[in-house]
Design a protein around this ligand. Structure first.
Ligand SMILES: C[S@@+](CC[C@H](N)C(=O)[O-])C[C@H]1O[C@@H](n2cnc3c(N)ncnc32)[C@H](O)[C@@H]1O
Length: 258
């Protein structure tokens, strides 16, 4: 079987369409994983994935690259707190937020903590989604090791984290601000009426065509003047094509519906 055949089988097995991910990078990673699993080619590796649930889960986790941390790129979080949230709250008492591709939850919890400086927790509602069920289960559990907390301000740690054996746990009151849900950016319907979409460090893995489709769908998911917050290597070239204007670096404002 060649890589094309393997992609078709993976789509049936996992619902993940590898054709939308940058091919060189993905193929290289998969070939390395197959070697690491001591399998001789795509057929043998697929047989293993079909036979063993744990191998399949490991494969999905590997494919989806779950690296994340609290307050990743801290300076951007300062812009979110000092400029973007006040802008969004100028005309509204509360805002609808979607953290797309949220991995283990570090990002939506960081959003909730940041917004809690401006709003009571009872008024904060964040939808947090990812394609990978395993990371969502971790996010829901809310247990983190110290190494994820490097950028987490001490005041937030004291307020929203409880020390437990081997790490820290998110308090229930902060957890209540977030609804975790499985969602595939490449095929599932998008929510609507969002004031802020935070989607960072996942679009870099997608082809240009897939990215264009996602930007268009983000545009439709946002309210007028809503904001899209992207990762530090994900600036949107020709953002006007998708109905956005740059606001601050890594933040785009919807100026028209496309
Ligand atoms: C590198 S992490 C980024 C996590 C977080 N946004 C951050 O910036 O720290 C990428 C996440 O994208 C998710 N992902 C990959 N493909 C996806 C897809 N098609 N739909 C939704 N999430 C996807 C992965 O499961 C992974 O958790």
């Amino acid at each position: 079987m060649n890589y094309e055949g393997f992609k078709a089988q993976v789509l049936t097995l996992t619902g993940i369409n590898l054709s939308a991910y940058k091919e060189n990078q993905m193929k290289r990673r998969i070939d390395a994983l197959i070697k690491k699993n001591l399998c001789n080619g795509y057929d043998e590796y697929l047989a293993k994935l079909r036979a063993d649930k744990k191998s399949l889960e490991d494969f999905v986790a590997y494919l989806t690259i779950n690296v994340t941390e609290f307050f990743r790129n801290p300076s951007q979080w300062e812009v979110l707190e000092k400029q973007i949230f006040p802008l969004l709250l100028e005309k509204k008492r509360t805002i609808k937020i979607w953290s797309a591709a949220c991995s283990t939850g570090d990002e939506p919890y960081s959003i909730a903590m940041t917004l809690s400086k401006l709003l009571p927790l009872s008024q904060i509602q964040i939808l947090a989604t990812d394609i990978d069920k395993e990371v969502l289960a971790k996010a829901q559990e809310g247990f983190y090791m110290s190494r994820n907390l490097t950028n987490l301000p001490k005041s937030f740690q004291d307020k929203y984290m409880v020390p437990v054996e081997g790490g820290y746990k998110i308090t229930d009151e902060l957890k209540r601000c977030i609804t975790f849900k499985q969602h595939n950016l490449l095929k599932d319907p998008y929510p609507t009426g969002m004031d802020l979409i935070v989607c960072r460090n996942v679009l870099i893995y997608f082809t240009e065509e897939a990215k264009k489709d996602i930007y268009t769908r983000f545009n439709k998911a946002l309210v007028d003047q809503g904001i899209l917050f992207v990762g530090s290597t994900e600036q949107i070239i020709m953002c006007q094509e998708f109905g956005f204007e740059p606001n601050k670096i890594f933040f785009y404002q919807k100026t028209k519906t496309v």
